[in-house]
Design a protein around this ligand. Structure first.
Ligand code: ADP
Length: 195
């Protein structure tokens, strides 16, 4: 299965993405994790990525598209994958479409993890208190929410109009949410084309 998972910062995408990846035996690929891994390098590109992430903004489409293209070309993605945190802009949707078209494939389903904004802000603040990420402070969290609402939330309509959007309630215990997701994805798996 070729899947995307979308939702506001703090909706639990990363946690659920790993569980889905394990359950269906596909790599869960997080652009946020890839960028966080890059941040520690002492190169001009790493400095640039660090500054953008710490401000709550998005890394440029060119850089993001390039790292995703490289990752999807790895052999472990041949039979499916789950992208977490990509695409986040319309330009990224277009690039992903053409990358997949080149390999004669397409996205089978897009999971939208639905969560209330105030609830997710509270979750992120809690993560900040236990020594979480440098972008988990109240000002940056608000900026990330706004950037998400402006640039990424509209993508849900694009995928809804393609008939591949699956909306799942992201509130509740981790295993409750993953059970909802597995139930929805089991149906997709039946219809998904083999590689
Ligand atoms: P969250 O969605 O919880 O804020 P992520 O780990 O998905 O966290 O992303 C963290 C940061 O990494 C984003 O705020 C952004 O700066 C950068 N990033 C991740 N994915 C993308 C993307 N597809 N395009 C641009 N920037 C991205």
């Amino acid at each position: 299965m070729r899947l995307l998972i979308m939702g506001p910062p703090g909706a639990g995408k990363g946690t659920q993405a790993s569980l889905i990846g394990e359950h269906y035996g596909i790599p869960a690929i997080s652009t946020g994790d890839m960028f966080r891994a890059m941040k520690t390098a002492k190169t001009p590109l790493a400095e640039q990525v660090r500054a953008i992430m710490d401000s709550g903004g998005y890394v440029s489409d060119d850089i993001t598209n390039a790292i995703v293209a490289e990752r999807l070309a790895q052999p472990d993605c041949a039979n499916g994958f789950l992208l977490d945190g990509y695409p986040r802009t319309l330009a990224q949707v277009e690039t992903l479409d053409s990358m997949l078209a080149d390999s004669g494939t397409s996205i089978d389903a897009v999971i939208s993890l639905v969560a209330d904004v105030e609830e997710v802000v509270q979750r992120l603040l809690k993560r900040a208190n236990i020594g979480g990420r440098t972008d988990d402070n109240e000002d940056t969290i608000r900026i990330r929410m706004q950037v998400y609402a402006e640039q990424t939330a509209p993508l849900l309509e694009v995928y809804r109009s393609r008939g591949v959007l699956i909306e799942v309630n992201g509130l509740g215990l981790i295993h409750e949410v993953s059970e909802r997701l597995f139930a929805a994805l089991d149906e997709v798996a039946v219809g998904a084309r083999p590689a």
